[in-house]
Design a protein around this ligand. Structure first.
Ligand code: CTP
Length: 396
């Protein structure tokens, strides 16, 4: 739970996307956040306050005039780590930009000095209107941050212009980043992550590859984004959806991975090499598909360059380098050897076992560094990523 005990104010204004605010409220509560939901009168026409109350386990607020809550707007403005507006309608943005405070939510916004994150949602023409654009510019100049809107289907029909609210999971990640970055040493750091397998062509159709899914690397990229890092993900072939907020550079072979890493290396403060590059490639690649009728096939394999070792003398001074080792036996001994041989600050050891490793959703990682050896439990790959980044922050 990455937001345990953190106060989040969720302001909901009246647009059809307010039904998605329920998913967001639930996601925040599941992450351990203490969520105060404040609805405008029109939001309460779309979704009843009791729905939010049931989802977050706290009363949902809507009025400046509730008995016993005379100064609630001041406390709510002051005490939350972030104030999130999802959806933020054109009308709410206009009232906030003008400094109007005629209901509980706008009164909170006027009293607030801490971070505000808004997820605009409205008809695409309303979003494009100069009045809305001017209001957005005013609010951005006051330090508000925005997530979306994105092009995509609106309640009134398809659209290829922005207006649709970002998905709740993306808004959640921006919230996590706003709450966690101020206390993270990774905030503002350039983090380079490699993930997934690579594949080496035998002919135009066949490849040599491995079972890496890329999930652990993608989880690391997402977790680094959630801590405020500027993340570049170099990803081999995987079917996974790219993580939100990260720059993604797709590669296929180990040589392409090496070239992409070389491009991003000069600015990287932290290097997380979670990819499982193919260690061998066919010594020759056939120009045409070899048919079965040709009989037995013998392959000569040539080693590929070790990408991580190749970075050793070209890393930014002070950059922290983390290698990953997937082992079947003698894990700790091999990990210690790789720590020294590859010039690393940390080796993340992954022992092949049931329920952990390349293809599954969970992992059991052991961290090997000059600090010593720490074995982790079987956990989700995102939880494992948090464990790795905690260690990286200790070493930074
Ligand atoms: N690695 C790399 N380039 C390669 C092979 C591996 O950069 N061609 C990186 C991986 O991303 C990982 C680390 O090196 O961070 C260790 O990978 P692993 O396959 O365990 O180690 P190898 O050095 O290939 O050793 P071996 O297969 O002999 O155990």
């Amino acid at each position: 739970m990455t937001l345990t005990g953190r106060h989040v104010l969720l302001g909901v204004s009246g647009g059809i996307a307010s039904y998605k605010a329920c998913t967001l409220a639930r996601r925040l509560a599941d992450a351990g956040a203490v969520v105060d939901v404040v609805l405008t009168a029109s939001a309460a026409e779309f979704v009843r306050p009791v729905t939010f109350e049931a989802l977050v386990g706290r009363p949902a607020l809507g009025s400046l005039w509730d008995p016993g809550r005379a100064l609630a707007h001041i406390a709510l403005a002051r005490d939350s780590a972030v104030a999130v507006l999802a959806p933020a309608t054109a009308n709410l943005l206009a009232r906030a930009a003008a400094g109007i405070a005629d209901d509980l939510l706008t009164a909170i916004l006027l009293a607030r000095t801490g971070p505000v994150l808004a997820a605009p949602a409205m008809n695409d023409a309303m979003y494009a209107h100069p009045a809305t654009q001017a209001n957005l510019a005013i609010l951005a100049a006051r330090g508000w941050r925005f997530v979306g809107p994105v092009p995509g289907p609106l309640a009134e029909g398809p659209s290829d212009r922005p207006g649709r609210m970002s998905e709740p999971e993306e808004i959640f990640l921006e919230i996590e980043r706003a709450v966690r970055a101020p206390a993270s040493k990774l905030a503002g750091k350039a983090v380079l992550v490699t993930a997934g397998p690579t594949r080496e062509a035998l002919d135009p159709i066949r490849v040599l590859s491995n079972r890496s899914s890329g999930r652990q690397g993608f989880a690391l990229a997402e977790a680094a984004f959630a801590r405020g890092a500027d993340v570049t993900l170099v990803a081999g072939p995987t079917a996974l959806t790219p993580p939100y907020g990260c720059r993604v550079d797709r590669v296929d072979s180990t040589a392409e991975l090496a070239a992409a890493v070389a491009r991003h290396l000069p600015s990287a403060d932290v290097l997380l090499m979670a990819a499982a590059p193919a260690d061998f490639r066919p010594a020759t690649t056939d120009a045409k598909k070899r048919t079965r009728a040709a009989g037995d096939l013998s392959l000569t394999l040539a080693p590929t360059p070790d990408v991580l070792v190749g970075t050793r003398d070209r890393r930014k001074p002070g950059a922290l380098a983390v290698g990953f080792a997937y082992e079947t036996d003698d894990g700790e001994t091999n990990a210690r050897a790789k720590l020294a041989a590859k010039g690393l600050d940390l080796v993340v050891l992954n022992l092949a076992e049931e329920g952990a490793g390349a293809e599954g959703e969970t992992n059991r990682l052991t961290l090997v560094s000059a600090e010593g050896v720490t074995a982790g439990p079987l956990e989700t790959k995102r939880q494992a990523a948090e464990r790795v980044l905690d260690a990286v922050e200790r070493l930074l």
